[in-house]
Write a protein that binds this ligand. Structure first.
Ligand code: ZN
Length: 66
């Protein structure tokens, strides 16, 4: 099946046996990310963890429960 990356619009062909292809068929709302973008997002998330912004956000969210 053909899939389009939701971030960079790159079109890739997935094997029908590919777990990602199965996931997309079962849940069409699930957006596809090519490996390049996937890697980029992963790095960015790790950077955010490193700066401490992530824990700051979590702390605020926990306070909202009061
Ligand atoms: Zn992409």
């Amino acid at each position: 099946m053909k899939v389009k990356c939701s971030l960079c619009d790159k079109v890739e062909t997935l094997d029908n046996q590919d777990p990602t292809a199965k996931k997309l068929r079962n849940r069409p709302i699930h957006t596809y990310m090519c490996s390049d973008c996937h890697e980029r997002i992963k790095l960015r998330t790790e950077e955010r963890h490193a700066t401490g912004n992530f824990s700051l956000y979590r702390g605020r969210a926990e306070n909202d429960d009061w």
